[in-house]
Write a protein that binds this ligand. Sequence first.
Ligand SMILES: Nc1ncnc2c1ncn2[C@@H]1O[C@H](COP(=O)(O)OP(=O)(O)OP(=O)(O)O)[C@@H](O)[C@H]1O
Ligand SMILES: [Mg+2]
Length: 755
Amino acid sequence: MIPLDDMVVFPGMSVTLPVDVGTDNRVLLVPRHDGAWANVGVVAEVSEPVRVAGRKIAVSLMPVQRAIPGAAASDADGVLRVDVEVRPDTVPAPTLTRELEREYRAVVDEILELRGDDGRLRTFVRSITEPGALADTAGYSPELNFGEKRQLLETLDVVERLKLALQLQRERLAELQVRKRIRDEVEDGAQKRQREYFLRRQMDAIRKELGENEGTLVEEYRGKIANAGMPEAVLQQAERECARLERMEDSNAESAMIRTYLDWLLAVPWAKRSEERLDPVQARQVLDADHEGLDDVKRRITEYLAVRKLRTERGMTDDRRSGVILTLIGPPGTGKTSIGESIARATGRKFVRMSLGGVRDEAEIRGHRRTYIGALPGRLVRALRDAGTMNPVIMLDEVDKIGADWRGDPSAALLEVLDPAQNHAFRDHYLDVELDLSHVLFVATANVAETIPAPLFDRMEVIRFDGYTTDEKVAIARGHLWPRQVERNGLRAEEVTLDEAALRLAVTDYTREAGVRQLERELGTLLRKTATEIASAAKQVPVVIDTAAVRAALGRPRFFHEAAVRTAVPGVATGLAVTEVGGDVLFVEAASMPGQGGLVLTGQLGDVMKESARIALTYVKSHASDLRIDEHALDGRELHVHVPAGAIPKDGPSAGITMVTAIASLLTRRPVKSTIGMTGEVTLQGHVLPIGGLKQKVLAAHAAGLTEVIIPERNEPDLNDVPSEVRDHMRFHVVGTVDRVLELALEPAALAMAA
Ligand SMILES: Nc1ncnc2c1ncn2[C@@H]1O[C@H](COP(=O)(O)OP(=O)(O)OP(=O)(O)O)[C@@H](O)[C@H]1O
Ligand SMILES: [Mg+2]
């Protein structure tokens, strides 16, 4: 008997052992582990000795069948001899083993498949037909441990052994399968990672080539958003968009849209505010430094600031109804826009101008919804972006020129913006988040009040700019326009002076405007000329500009005393009007010609003005005898009333008395006094009704060289608004009825006869 330490052999499995078997040709091989013997061994035949250098050192053995060892004893040579009960496999009925065999072969096939057998082992297994021997092939498996192999050896019953072998092989198969799956997965993952890595590298290279660096784009946005100080709701919206952006491929068109959106969201200065200065005294100083005159305007603005200051100091800031919109109304060039800038400067806020002229689309104010291609936020968001703070002064320039059409009413959007009760939660269509506009100081400007949409006008605190007198213009020119133009034309203050008479001449003969824009241009022209002369050494500094120099530089006077010429013939009366550009004089002309009777009106008159003309005619006709007009003067004649300039549309009732005067002048053949201007609405009974814009009209009359003005009784208090320098140079006739107007305006009849 030969012990097999930690090793099991089965019949048919040849082994070579380093033992000397002497002359014996059969041995019993019994597995042994830790001194414990198996109950079954195998009988093996000694096939041949292995010799090395002539010495037998090992033998090759071929096990043939199982055997159970019996009594054992060592002989004299120390060889262990044993009684053996051989147990060759009994061949069981095929019905018992067929299924098991088939199953076993299938499992083994699969195992061999998994282990990548080249076919030889499979052929070997197929060549074994005995069920017992088939079961024993399990013994070749390197995965079976000693215990399992021993158990297999000790199972003498062939069917049992086959079952056992099948079970062991199944376990092995399962194990192999799991192992393969794990290996596959590991391999797969590795491959995927490798692929990804490769693609990413490529992508990076492409981006670098395109000059983009988007790998960190979303992070970059996140960082900016975190620092933007957005309100909670906005922050959430921004983060949602970020998340969307992250999920999206960069090439996606929508990702560009999201980025634009995020850029706009970040452009709003959510957390930035200017430190507001509310000191009225200091504000007044700033306003005074920037603007000449405008006392009333400055006072109103300082009052406004004083009220704000008190409210803030007393913790009353939260009443949303307390805000009013300062609205500056007046003719062009009177300093509305520039005083708006001064307000910003005086209060330490940023200033942005938002021109509303010609805005007809609500989306201009509120933005387009994001579903539109190329959608953008509205002007308010853009204004905030430009300001860079949430509490700038936003100037709504030209509110009188917004229109409305099928695209929606921009004034409705403006209403919401301006309404202190709503504007803390203004919603731009594009951004679609709430914006707090309640800290913005809105200042609106307009040339005329009439065309401002009524609901808007209702919320405004109006400050009127009526235009400047000659003296005021001279002062503005001295203090602001002249120094500015001197510098702009590359000159130094001491190099050029403008004498007083010359400046006055520039104001009176070269400009006729309520504001000072034209005047500034004329001064620019003067200085350009001077600069040229100095630069070309044609003149020595310092240069003094006198009246002659003004005439030489500016050419023929552009305005002169027109009224004298125009009213030289009967039928022309000088009226006073207020237009977009301020007060103005206008001449109402009347003429008659043969015809069917009736009235022709020209000069782009509005309906109200046309009716004024009819009322005037009716009044004159019905008072013909009082006026000593021939009752038949208009028989077979047509009357024509024209109001130049023909190209400018005009309307309003305030030319009423002027029309009466013109018609009466024509029919009485008495000319109108050339020094007199008039304004007033007329009724059929001949009452004179009050009109608006008195100050502007008087200023215009003064500028046009008129010295007398006829005004309605009820406008008398308005004379207080007229600057004294103008008032002192003019005579005012306060009238209640139109017959009094005619008395004052028409030259005496005798004189007319003489003429
Ligand atoms: N009282 C003033 N003192 C100093 N400068 C003045 C004064 N009034 C007007 N100006 C100057 O006149 C120029 C024109 O004024 P501005 O542009 O503010 O006019 P505006 O009233 O806004 O006219 P528009 O109705 O045409 O917009 C500005 O350069 C302004 O500085
Ligand atoms: Mg302006």
